[in-house]
Ligand binder design. Structure first.
Ligand code: ZN
Length: 131
């Protein structure tokens, strides 16, 4: 496995910490790391609210990247509460497609960190409405 994945896993693990922030909002049950085209790693945690205002860890990390003036994703990794990794949900895929229309297919996703198995966003997002 390329060592960048280990760096990304460690960065995401460092912010993985479930906490109840208020009576209505919790965060940190899932965390994510996104590597931008420049090579920088951005992290994010999921934010869960009682009224659907929350966001996934992956989108939070992507927003962090956008906030810092970067608009191209190279790699995405997320960590579930049990320490395993998983593929992004449909909303996160949609954001990446809209952010990188025409280029999103090449984004690498860590599908199974334990076994070092990666997939391309284009492989898990076939026949999307944006080409
Ligand atoms: Zn998501």
């Amino acid at each position: 496995m390329d060592k960048i994945w280990i760096e990304m896993y460690e960065a995401a693990k460092a912010v993985l910490c479930e906490r109840q922030v208020s009576e209505y909002l919790s965060c940190g049950e899932v965390s994510a790391a996104v590597q931008s085209e420049s090579g920088r790693i951005y992290t994010g945690v999921c934010i869960d609210t009682c009224s659907g205002l929350g966001v996934c860890a992956e989108r939070n990390a992507i927003f962090h990247m956008i906030t810092n003036g970067e608009y191209e994703i190279k790699r995405v990794l997320c960590i579930m509460p049990d320490g395993s990794s998983g593929a992004p949900c449909g909303a996160c895929r949609e954001l990446m497609v809209q952010l990188m229309a025409g280029k999103y297919r090449d984004v690498e996703i860590m599908a199974d960190f334990k076994n070092g198995r990666t997939v391309r966003l284009g492989d898990i997002t076939p026949e999307w409405w944006i080409k």
